[in-house]
Design a protein around this ligand. Sequence first.
Ligand code: SF4
Length: 436
Amino acid sequence: MKISIVSLGCSKNLVDSEIMSGALTRSGHEISTEDDADVIIVNTCGFIGDAKKESIDTILELSERKMSGSCSKLIVTGCLVERYAEVLKNELPEVDAFWGTGNLLKINEVLEDRRPGAIHKNPPGTIYDPDTPRVMLTPKHYAYVKVSEGCSRTCSFCIIPKMRGVMKSRPVASIVGEAESLVRQGVREINLIAQDMTSYGRDIGTSLEAMLRELAQVDGLRWIRIHYCYPWGITDSLVELIAREEKILPYIDMPLQHISERVLKAMDRKTPPARIREILKKLRDGIDDVVLRTTFIVGFPGETDDEFEELLEFVEEAGFDRAGAFKYSQEEGTPAGSMHEQVPDDVKDERHERLLEAQSEISLRKNLSLVGTVHEGFIEGEENGDYIARIPSQAPEVDGYTYVKKTGNPKLKTGDLVNIKITDADVYDLRGEVIL
Ligand code: SF4
């Protein structure tokens, strides 16, 4: 059968969609586009309000395709199923079956299930099977590698531990084995992802550092990028390893969520403000040209004007290279979801806008300071007569790009690694020229 997978949400969901594509291909099916598909799978996100709405809208839109007969089966998978399987089954009779986030290598079983609206919720299964390689949905030169599933932390606003279970780390050998297989397929950049990266390995007697040391031995791998660090797990030895190991990019993605002592406590975030500042200093002192990315939540229940001002001052003081912000989303099933003093939406909107405004001035200043510097970068494609590239400080899909004029440059193709001199910048993107 021809099967199309619509992948919504974060990079972890994208990897799940690639795993499902690999399992279906191994079972003799063909991964196709929506227009061509007999079966459409919607891999949903159920993290916060906006993501849930996007998932439902997508399911409804694709239901029409099924009703019009352009595909025969519609299957819904992922986090939304983990949270609302029974509700979805009752509300969406046009969906043939539901599959949660677990045991994705067995996804083909759902195609054989004739029960209308069958629900398959499985415990987290194997993330990687060497005999069932993923079908990559990213350009060939970079990939995401999920190093663990689930999270054992208890942030009061977060539903992920309920959707994905407690943290289960993959053995180092499995991660290194997959990296070697990806490099054989042309991958040069690996983006490591998890819910809580810095806790990797604690449940299996190893550590993030130990895994990184082994991963850095993989021949042909050029860039290793670390995402989703939890501040508490940033150790001296990790900082030293990143500073020393050329393949590990000086790039740290570390969601902090807030800086006010009271708000961090109410969020059940285990890292107090003073420790956060220490960690930022340790990263900047320990790793040359380190790029720091973070995310904040505005409008958490009870957040006062003063606490928001404190956060805004911190954003200006800390000067992150990248900082995103979410408006707090009241999620049933989370401790914060039943807290009093929920902040009105218009206040959340205003705080969200002010924080992004403050960060945009910092991002512009940081980007302009790169003018005149030279970096290696991967060509990502072309747009409006320019090549699009990414330098080490630009993660795929979440950070900006570097635009390089085509004229006067040799013919380049996606995945080429070139040296780029930065010539100009704006808040999000850079401009540059290829240095031959
Ligand atoms: S560390 Fe991240 S995934 Fe885990 S509970 Fe906190 S916010 Fe959720």
